[in-house]
Write a protein that binds this ligand. Structure first.
Ligand code: PGA
Length: 249
């Protein structure tokens, strides 16, 4: 279902007392929001976060999941394990996973399938690099990343998937895409899905990510095909993240 959604990606940041403090603060500040909020802490803090968020409208997500169900995969965490620890969402194919840990389109597609089997909502991240944008390949790259997932899970499954457009050049750099640049790619993504199913495209929740902050969130979220945001750095700041959530609500 298409909805207003803001997701915090804490990446590899935080410690026990920070998790306590930030989640307590956010629960107080976000108690009356109309927007769906999801927090993705590092995996070792999921248990702590789950306990703190009990009874709260804030949902829990993970930053990654294995494409495998169980077995000899040292260091990996399965979708089933994430489910057991209270996750409803999982980020998949984040550009840091793709570029630093070599996750291919095919692997990300298999992870999407594995997450869906456990009834987790995959947040499928797509986006072009600086060089790809400069050479006019933005739409081609995003389409290729999306197609790999569509081939693996089928377009109908996109009724249970969130897509996040995150231009690599905008992540953690302070170089936010302009609302027009982001909207153009979001429109392209929705059209690609619409070419297979108008209904699924109309219901698809599409997030923008990449240097979203308290000052630029409102104008990004005002664009017709942007349904919310995937927030990195600013999600570690209680005040900034609350302002971003308010901008979406
Ligand atoms: P950023 O990160 O908001 O720090 O740019 C976004 C993301 O990587 O999800």
């Amino acid at each position: 279902m298409r909805r207003k959604l803001v997701i915090a990606n804490w990446k590899m940041n935080g410690h026990r007392s920070m998790v306590d403090q930030l989640l307590a603060g956010l629960q107080t500040r976000l108690s009356e929001l109309s927007v769906q909020v999801v927090i993705c802490p590092p995996a070792v803090y999921l248990d702590q976060a789950q306990a703190l968020l009990k009874g709260s409208p804030i949902s829990l997500g993970a930053q990654n999941a294995s494409e495998h169900v169980t077995g000899a995969y040292t260091g990996e965490i399965s979708a089933q394990m994430l489910r057991e620890f209270g996750c409803d969402y999982v980020l998949l194919g984040h550009s840091e996973r793709r570029s630093l840990y070599g996750e291919s389109d095919a692997v990300v597609a298999q992870k999407t399938l594995a997450a869906l089997k456990e009834r987790l909502t995959p947040v499928l991240c797509v986006g072009e690099s600086d060089a790809e944008r400069a050479s006019g390949k933005t739409e081609q790259v995003v389409s290729r990343q999306l197609s790999a997932a569509i081939e693996a899970v089928g377009v109908e499954a996109f009724s249970d998937i969130v897509v996040a457009y995150e231009p690599v050049w905008a992540i953690g750099t302070g170089n936010t895409a302009t609302p027009e640049q982001a909207q153009a790619v979001h429109y392209h993504i929705r059209q690609q899905i619409a070419s297979l199913s108008e209904k699924i495209a109309a219901d698809l929740t599409l997030l923008y990510g990449g240097s979203v902050n308290a000052d630029n969130a409102a104008e990004l979220f005002a664009m017709p095909d942007i349904d919310g945001g995937l927030i990195g750095g600013a999600s570690l700041d209680e005040q900034a993240f609350t302002a971003i959530c308010n901008a979406a609500g």
